[in-house]
Design a protein around this ligand. Structure first.
Ligand SMILES: Nc1ncnc2c1ncn2[C@@H]1O[C@H](COP(=O)(O)OP(=O)(O)O)[C@@H](O)[C@H]1O
Ligand SMILES: [Mg+2]
Length: 232
């Protein structure tokens, strides 16, 4: 679904400690795009992603996703907005330790009216043979695959990934990015990948660059490089 950020401002702190972390973000991400959001540490990437995801609120401005708009939403409407539209993937997988791979994914499928078929999803994730294992029995890459499955199973229109390869080695990072590419093709979700790794921009349809709370670049790549061919 099309995503639109409208004049997003965010402040932290009080009085003379008050700082503007996002200073009027305006941009659009088209339906089905892979968008890479780049920027140095502290530039406001996670804050923006959390506002898009409705887990943090803007002090000014609002988000449109399809027909839905976050301005003046009640808590209940915001919960439905998150549930219907968004899947989250974080740097540190945040899986439930005493549930198996399949159960970790299943828990989220109950939130959806039209969840993806779990066994097929497990195949896509490359986790079918590991479906009965606990997170502690998996490698970091496998745990991240499971976390991607958990975010995807409710078939969200937008998948938000905050430093999804931040805790992974070079080869595993590329495998995870290739998986993100695959699910974008297969399920056609709009995907936003937050990273400070510049090389990842080459796999994106759209690149946004954030500096000190402002978008300093917003462009569409004419050609993209597939994740498996990225180098850094
Ligand atoms: N809860 C918070 N309270 C105060 N300052 C915060 C909070 N969260 C983030 N910040 C500040 O906002 C800025 C942007 O943070 P963040 O969005 O996490 O950046 P990034 O993800 O690009 O590293 C940083 O200067 C950070 O210290
Ligand atoms: Mg961050």
């Amino acid at each position: 679904m099309k995503l639109k950020m409208n004049n997003i401002h965010k402040f932290y702190g009080e009085g003379e400690n008050r700082v503007e972390v996002l200073s009027g973000i305006n941009c659009e991400v088209n339906d089905g795009e892979i968008c890479v959001l780049l920027g140095p540490s502290g530039s406001g990437k996670s804050t923006l992603l959390n506002i898009i995801g409705g887990i943090d609120s803007a002090d000014e401005g609002y988000i449109d996703i399809g027909e839905d708009c976050t301005s003046n939403m009640t808590e209940k409407q915001l919960t439905l907005y998150r549930r219907n539209h968004l899947g989250f993937v974080f740097q540190f997988y945040n899986l439930i330790p005493n549930l198996t791979v399949k159960e970790n994914i299943e828990v989220c499928s109950y939130l959806s009216k039209n969840p993806l078929e779990i066994n097929e999803l497990l195949q896509t994730l490359g986790l079918y043979e590991h479906k009965d294992k606990l997170p502690s029995q998996l490698s970091g890459g496998q745990q991240q695959r499971c976390a991607i499955g958990r975010a995807l199973v409710k078939n969200p229109s937008i998948l938000l990934c905050d430093e999804p390869t931040g805790a992974l080695d070079y080869h595993t990072s590329k495998e995870i990015l290739a998986l993100i590419e695959l699910v974008n093709k297969k399920y056609q979700n709009t995907i936003i990948i937050v990273t400070h790794n510049d090389a990842i921009k080459n796999m994106a349809n759209r690149v946004l660059k954030l500096r000190d709370g402002q978008i300093v670049k917003n462009y569409v790549n004419e050609t993209t490089i597939s994740a498996k061919d990225l180098e850094w």
